[in-house]
Design a protein around this ligand. Structure first.
Ligand SMILES: *[C@@H]1O[C@H](CO)[C@@H](O)[C@H](O)[C@H]1NC(C)=O
Ligand SMILES: *[C@@H]1O[C@H](CO)[C@@H](O)[C@H](O)[C@H]1NC(C)=O
Length: 288
């Protein structure tokens, strides 16, 4: 596709030109998403304002965006499965297609009532992942909706919760680490049973007496550039009302501080410190 031969500067220039045209789109799940599997277990309700996914002993369910994104600030409010959710996994991720695909992942691993969810994150570039970091949260993600965001710019990828960054994956192409920048991604979410591995190696089995397990979604916002499979590149939404450009180069000092706070207090796994797994030395991005 001609699109992939766009130089980065031409792309950025195009994005800025188009941004000035400002197409504003509201949040409507009928308009932005399609339920892709689960035989009626995924539902869009309240005139498109709310989406729910459910899992029972027969099946999980899932949805995907109609659009493909190429850079953007993607925000979604999620309320995770309450109570005993051990064994369930709710995934929320951006992914391109094919064997050399790129992917930016959030996965929420359920737990026994009162025990913390694990937020699992990963970044795939050109088909290769193995960059897991895991966190606990500083609040109960099942009581209420919270905003889970991915900022994806040509310089960096930032995972945040309620505007607090958990993780940053910088563009280190100059050090030889591939960075997602030319394959458009769709947004996906699904809920399924993973009690073979998601409870610390299968320690706890899903309690089907608690089914259906339901995760809810609202207030989706993509401040992004779109790619259309039929029409090609590109149109972009307007800048945020608060004028905080998603295209920004890097985290501001306050966000850097918050990131540090999360990593110090809530990170429970980091591939970059897993010496058993990388006896020959850590991946390049870990040493920068
Ligand atoms: C699922 O659960 C229902 C209700 O508990 C039960 O009747 C049914 O046999 C179960 N089905 C499977 C495939 O386990
Ligand atoms: C579940 O709770 C235990 C105990 O607090 C914790 O170690 C674990 O990380 C939690 N998450 C999962 C997915 O097991």
């Amino acid at each position: 596709m001609a699109f992939f031969s766009f130089s980065r500067n031409a792309l950025i220039l195009t994005l800025f030109l188009i941004t000035s045209l400002m197409v504003v789109s509201g949040s409507n799940y009928f308009q932005d998403f399609e339920i892709t599997w689960g035989g009626g277990r995924g539902k869009i309700v309240n005139n498109g304002e709310l989406l729910t996914l459910s899992l029972d002993n027969y099946s999980g369910s899932g949805f995907q965006s109609k659009k493909e994104y190429l850079f953007g600030q993607i925000d979604m409010q999620l309320k995770l499965v309450p109570g005993n959710s051990a064994g369930t996994v709710t995934a929320y991720y951006l992914s391109s297609e094919g064997s050399n695909h790129d992917e930016i992942d959030f996965e929420f691993l359920g737990n026994l009532s009162g025990e913390p969810y694990t937020v699992h994150t990963n970044v795939y570039t050109q088909g290769k992942g193995e960059r897991e970091q895991q966190f606990h949260l500083w609040f109960d993600p099942t009581n209420d909706f919270h905003t889970y965001s991915v900022l994806w710019s040509p310089q960096t990828i930032v995972f945040s919760v309620d505007n607090t960054p958990l993780r940053e994956f910088k563009n280190l192409e100059n050090k030889g680490v591939p960075f997602p920048k030319s394959q458009p991604m769709k947004l996906y979410s699904s809920i399924w049973n993973a009690d073979q591995w998601a409870t610390r190696g299968g320690l706890i089995k899903t309690d089907w007496a608690q089914a259906p397990f339901i995760a809810s979604y609202r207030n989706f916002r993509a401040n992004a550039c779109f790619f259309s499979t039929t029409r090609g590149p590109i149109s972009c939404t307007s800048a945020r009302p608060n004028n905080n450009p998603w295209f920004s180069q890097k985290l501001d000092p306050t966000s850097e501080q918050k990131l540090k706070w999360v990593q110090t207090n809530y990170m429970i796994y980091n591939y970059c410190t897993d010496t058993k797994r990388f006896p020959q030395g850590f991946p390049t991005e870990c040493n920068v």
